[in-house]
Write a protein that binds this ligand. Sequence first.
Ligand code: FEO
Length: 170
Amino acid sequence: MLKANLLAALTQQINEEYYSSYIYQAMVAYFADNHLDGCAHWMRLQAQEEHDHALKIFDYVISRGGRVVLAEVKAPPKDWASPQAAFEAALAHEKLMTTNITKLADLAQSEKDHATNNLMQWYVTEQVEEEANVDDILSKLKMVGGDGAGLFLIDRELKTRTVAPAGGAA
Ligand code: FEO
């Protein structure tokens, strides 16, 4: 059985992961509206990945005999000043998620809950990849600046993203 403080923290993180999915889905709408189909495609897969992140914790809580009570998911932003600004927001958000996960891992360790710590280590590794992926795209966007031809090529590249292998996402 999970301790109450860990159950509360995990429940909060489920909400954060759903919010992550919501933000990226909002970015799908933004990119589609700006005819950047590759960016929209990349973000759609990202939103799905975040949904899987939420479910992975959700299922874990159930497996530990906990009761998940879902909370309201706040509305995401609607617009960004540019594709670069959207990816900057995505990177800032991922950094925030990394901080959350680190705190959860710290809590699991201090409570000597090895199973929860083990789960959080999966997220710790995942966050490294999440930040690196967004940072890579952001670097390319910065490289081309406001150049339309450069943005066209990046957008075409992002359209080739395939569903990530289920690296543990339940
Ligand atoms: Fe679930 Fe992108 O963090």
